[in-house]
Design a protein around this ligand. Structure first.
Ligand SMILES: [Zn+2]
Length: 375
């Protein structure tokens, strides 16, 4: 298969290249990246741009069954275990309803072009099983890393540990689980209360590999996290939705620290990681960080860092990689005419402009969802 595009982000450096022809073998591997003259019988065209599939590095798929519930409530009333609204609602839902809600979230993520989701599942190993059942037929297309928390049958069917806060569990038990599990992630400093209780220090001491939120971290905290080689994931729109402050992404950039981004709870956010990056971009501009380079840092969070935090090879457009591509309408979005390509891709690669999604040798025309071809 050949893919023609007027512009693309190529390789792990996300280099901007124009007038491309990408040849994909029958095995779905990118064989060559050349110029237009190599394209004979192709998909796409001069008006399209080609980009990798982004990672959405923190979601809770389970609450997709109750979108926009409890919009007047605060964070603790909504999600605190065991009496928060979310957990009370989970108890009222039959298992199969939870599975179908998760599946809808995964399909939405697939249609929105995501290449990877890191999913925090509630309900122990049973919650992880619901994720595995919900992802049937999607496995080769949308990679889902399912992180569970202690509960019934944990850690069966879980790819690792993902918890609400290190303060919520017995630290000795956590220490053992972290050693046993391939991945270990926790929310940290999401609100002032947990930060005051020194949840960051506990998380670092216990040895978690990835910290999510970091909303109330200070600059020295971020440096400490980086020195320990721990990953950071920011979820700005979730923090704003819950009336908290904006996470310190500017300080992470100032310190040269890599980070990933996530949309957090499906109940209050679509898995639209471009929108999330746009919100981050607006905040960074308000802090005086204004350049195409800032947009590139945010694109790296989506295309590169999100994959690396779970030890996966980023799905960059490189010879020898499996084709994991999105073809975006570069004309109606204005991207092809822009002088600041990274900013244009970040701000304008919206769902409505995605034309095709390519996973290996599989092509999805995003406008014709009857061709979903999921088994
Ligand atoms: Zn979360």
């Amino acid at each position: 298969m050949e893919v023609k595009a007027g512009l693309g982000l190529i390789g792990e450096e996300l280099e901007v290249k124009r007038k491309l022809c990408i040849t994909i073998g029958k095995d779905g591997i990118i064989e060559s990246i050349g110029g237009y003259n190599e394209c004979k019988n192709y998909l796409g065209g001069e008006g399209l741009i080609v980009i990798p599939q982004p990672a959405n590095s923190h979601v809770h798929s389970g609450d997709n069954s109750f979108p926009e519930y409890g919009i007047s409530e605060g964070l603790h009333e909504l999600v605190a275990y065991p009496n928060g609204l979310k957990h009370r609602l989970f108890k009222t839902l039959p298992y199969q309803k939870i599975v179908s809600g998760i599946r809808e979230f995964y399909i939405t993520s697939y249609l929105m072009g995501m290449g990877l989701l890191i999913d925090f599942r509630e309900g122990g190993g049973v919650g992880c099983l619901a994720s595995k059942e919900a992802s049937r037929g999607l496995e080769d297309k949308l990679k889902i890393v399912t992180l569970g928390r202690p509960g019934p049958n944990f850690p069966e069917n879980c790819d690792g540990l993902g918890i609400s806060a290190p303060l919520d569990y017995d630290p000795d038990m956590l220490k053992v689980l972290i050693k046993q599990q391939r991945y270990s992630q926790t929310h940290v400093a999401e609100d002032m209360e947990n930060r005051r209780k020194r949840d960051l220090e506990l998380a670092i001491e216990l040895g978690f590999d990835t910290l999510v939120h970091g909303t109330y971290l200070e600059e020295q905290d971020i440096v400490k996290i980086s020195d320990k080689g721990v990953n950071l994931v920011f979820c700005p729109s979730s923090n704003l939705w819950h009336g908290l402050r904006f996470p310190p992404i500017d300080l992470a950039i100032k310190q040269g620290i890599t980070f990933a981004l996530g949309t957090d709870n499906a109940a209050w956010s679509l898995p639209d990681i471009y929108r999330e990056a746009n919100i981050a971009l607006l905040y960074l501009r308000s802090k005086g960080l204004r350049s195409d380079e800032i947009a590139k840092i945010l694109l790296r969070a989506l295309f590169i860092n999100g994959y690396k935090i779970v030890d996966m090879t980023p799905s960059t457009i490189s010879e020898g990689n499996k084709a994991k591509l999105l073809l975006i309408d570069g004309e109606n979005s204005g991207i092809l005419r822009s002088l600041n390509t990274y900013s244009a891709i970040l701000k304008r690669s919206q769902f409505g402009f995605i034309r095709y999604r390519i996973d290996g040798a599989d092509v999805l025309d995003v406008k014709i969802t009857k061709d979903l071809n999921l088994h």
